[in-house]
Design a protein around this ligand. Structure first.
Ligand code: CUA
Length: 181
């Protein structure tokens, strides 16, 4: 390197420092924009649950799983993600309504996403993963497990069936499933 190039080196380093800082700034603005414009946020709900006993009593017993219209009118779907299936295997929800999805795992970390929507969350044993969303299109949406959870991971998926609100007919207990939406 030619003598007296120390200043050039300094300038070059400064240029790259500016490029790196600008890149960080762009990424930061993109994250902030996605959060504010598209509601793409990390989960804010911290709710703990004992993975060893969640199936024995309370909210996530087998008879309480699936979609239910709560007394206040809120649509809540409860799902247990376990090696290697979702219980229930199909969820029915009405189009256009605010739906709360609640997931728990009794074994290992799973992940869920609903194709074609911004629903995407990890299901970590010990915590309730909660997502609020409104489905805008009717049809059967694939909900695969997207976190490697063991040998049967690739077979672990469920369906979210979005039906028109007029076709969504919960029973007297407020329950609806894919056999009788
Ligand atoms: Cu559960 Cu992958």
């Amino acid at each position: 390197m030619a003598a007296g190039s120390e200043r050039e080196v300094f300038r070059s380093e400064l240029r790259w420092a500016v490029v790196a800082a600008a890149t960080v700034a762009v990424i930061f603005v993109a994250i902030l924009g996605a959060a504010l414009a598209f509601q793409m946020n990390p989960p804010s709900n911290i709710e703990m649950i004992d993975p060893e006993t969640l199936h024995l009593s309370g909210e996530f017993t087998e008879s309480n799983l699936g979609t239910r219209v709560e007394p206040g009118g809120r649509v809540v779907a409860r799902v247990v993600a376990t090696q290697f299936e979702f219980m229930p295997h199909c969820l029915v929800v009405p189009r256009g309504a605010l739906v709360t999805l609640r997931f728990v795992s009794p074994d290992v970390i799973h992940g869920i996403l609903v194709s074609g929507t911004n629903v995407n969350a990890m299901v970590v044993p010990g915590y309730v993963s909660q997502v609020h969303t409104t489905f805008t299109r009717t049809g059967d949406l694939l909900m695969p497990c997207h976190e490697f959870c063991g040998m049967g991971h690739s077979q672990m998926w469920a369906t979210v069936r979005v039906v028109e609100a007029r076709d969504f007919k919960p029973d007297r207990q407020g329950r609806a499933d894919c056999a009788k939406p």
